[in-house]
Design a protein around this ligand. Structure first.
Ligand code: ZN
Ligand code: ZN
Length: 365
C-alpha cells in the first residue's frame, strides 16, 4: 500500500514527507495505522549516521496506533486494538527465550541495520529500497511491526500520550524500576534531565528515594525535575556537582545515571558514587565511543554498567507504567509537546533547542 512517510535521504538533512510503498505484514507481523509517534534522540543520531542505518530510511521508534490487519500467526492483538510499538528482538536467542529481549543477541542488527527481524524489507520508493528502523518506522501514516514489539494498551488513554512509552520513558524509568530497584534509604544522581533522565527521576520518586538529584544545564528542565520528584537540582555551570553531592550526603551517592551518553558524564557518574555504588549508562552513544575511568575508584567495589531500553519486557512493563500514570504517580504527560506530522522538522528543531523535551507527532486521520 502507499503511505506517507518522513524519509531521511542524506546524513543530517531535514526529513521529507513523501509517498513510500509499504509491503503487507508477514505471518507474525501487524499492520498499524499510526496515530502518534514520539521523536527520540536515537532517531536523529541514526539519521546523522552515528548509527550505521543505510539511507534512505524511515525512522521513528515510538509509534502508537490502531491495528488494521494481522498475520496468521499473530495471537496477542487483533484489528481495532490500540497499540504502542517498542524495540524489535529476535525471539529465538537464549536471552529472548529467557524473557530478556532487551539483551537480544541480534538487538543491534534488528533495530539499526534497516531490515525487519526476518531480514526482509518492507519499504521502497520505485526500485529504491528504504530502510526500516526498530522493526516499525513510525514516522509514517502506516507501519508494519512484529507481534513481539507490538504492545496492546488501554484504549481509554490517548495514543498521543502513550507513544513515548515505547522507548524514552520505559528506558529512563526501567533503569530504576527494573535494574537498580532502590528504596527509601537510597540516594540517586541523574545526569541529564531530558525524557530519559526525568523518567528516571519520576521512578525514583515513586520508590521514595530520600535523595534524588537532577543535573542539567537548562534551568527550565531543572525546575521540571523538581516538579517531578527531584529533591535537589544542580547546574554544572554554577556548581561542582561531585563536590556538592559529597557535601550533601557526607559520602558518594548509592546510584548515578548517565542519561546523556557521554564519556565525560559517565566518568562523573563513577566519581560521584560511594564505594560499592552503581553507575549506569543509559543514554545512547555513537558507535565506537570509549571512556577512561579512575582504576582506584573501581577497586572500592564500584560497579559500572549499562542498560538498554530500561531492561524492559514491553508487554509487561508498559501496562505497569500506564497503571502508575492512572494512579497519578507517574505524570509523564508533563514531558510531551504535540506537533502535526507535517511539522516534523520544527519538532526536531524544538527538541534540539530544548523548547520541547519529548515531541510527539500526531497524524491526521
Ligand atoms: Zn533474541
Ligand atoms: Zn529511543
Amino acid at each position: 500500500m502507499q503511505i506517507q512517510a518522513a524519509v531521511a535521504h542524506r546524513k543530517g538533512a531535514p526529513f521529507s514527507i513523501e509517498a513510500v510503498e509499504l509491503a503487507p505484514p508477514g505471518d507474525d507481523e501487524v499492520l498499524i495505522q499510526m496515530v502518534a509517534s514520539g521523536i527520540c534522540h536515537t532517531d536523529l543520531s541514526a539519521r546523522d549516521q552515528e548509527k550505521p542505518v543505510p539511507l534512505p530510511a524511515v525512522f521513528g521508534h515510538e509509534g502508537a496506533g490502531i491495528v488494521l490487519q494481522t498475520g496468521r500467526d499473530v495471537t496477542t492483538v487483533q484489528p481495532g486494538d490500540h497499540v504502542v510499538l517498542s524495540y524489535g528482538s529476535c525471539g529465538a536467542c537464549s536471552e529472548c527465550r529467557e524473557n530478556r529481549p532487551f539483551l537480544c543477541r541480534d538487538m543491534f542488527d534488528i533495530n539499526f541495520l534497516g531490515r525487519m527481524p526476518d531480514g526482509s524489507t518492507r519499504l521502497r520508493q520505485g526500485t529504491q529500497e528504504v530502510s526500516t528502523f526498530f522493526a516499525q518506522s513510525s514516522f509514517a501514516t502506516y507501519a508494519v511491526a512484529t507481534q513481539r514489539n507490538t504492545v496492546k494498551v488501554d484504549p481509554s488513554i490517548p495514543l498521543s500520550l502513550l507513544a513515548p512509552l515505547g522507548c524514552g520513558v520505559q528506558t529512563g524509568s526501567g533503569v530504576v524500576f527494573n535494574r537498580l530497584k532502590p528504596d527509601a534509604s537510597n540516594s540517586i544522581v541523574v545526569f541529564g534531565c531530558g525524557t530519559v533522565g526525568l523518567s528516571a527521576i519520576m521512578a525514583a520518586h515513586v520508590l521514595g528515594c530520600h535523595v534524588i538529584v537532577g543535573v542539567d544545564l537548562d534551568p527550565d528542565r531543572l525546575a521540571l525535575a523538581l516538579d517531578l520528584g527531584a529533591t535537589h537540582v544542580l547546574n554544572p555551570t554554577e556548581t561542582d556537582v561531585i563536590e556538592a553531592v559529597l557535601v550533601m550526603l557526607g559520602t558518594g551517592a548509592d546510584y548515578a545515571i548517565d542519561a546523556v551518553g557521554s564519556p565525560n558524564i559517565l566518568r562523573q557518574c563513577v566519581d560521584v558514587i560511594r564505594p560499592g555504588g552503581v553507575a549506569v549508562l543509559v543514554g545512547g552513544t555513537p558507535v565506537g565511543t570509549e571512556v577512561s575511568l579512575g582504576m582506584q575508584n573501581l577497586l572500592s567495589g564500584r560497579t559500572v554498567t549499562g542498560v538498554t531500553e530500561g531492561d524492559s519486557v514491553p508487554q509487561a512493563f508498559i501496562p505497569q507504567l500506564i497503571a502508575l500514570y492512572q494512579q497519578g504517580q507517574f505524570p509523564f504527560d508533563k514531558l510531551i509537546r504535540r506537533y502535526p506530522f507535517e511539522q516534523i522538522n520544527q519538532a526536531v528543531e524544538d527538541m534540539k533547542s530544548g523548547k520541547a523535551i519529548k515531541p510527539v507527532l500526531v497524524f491526521s486521520t
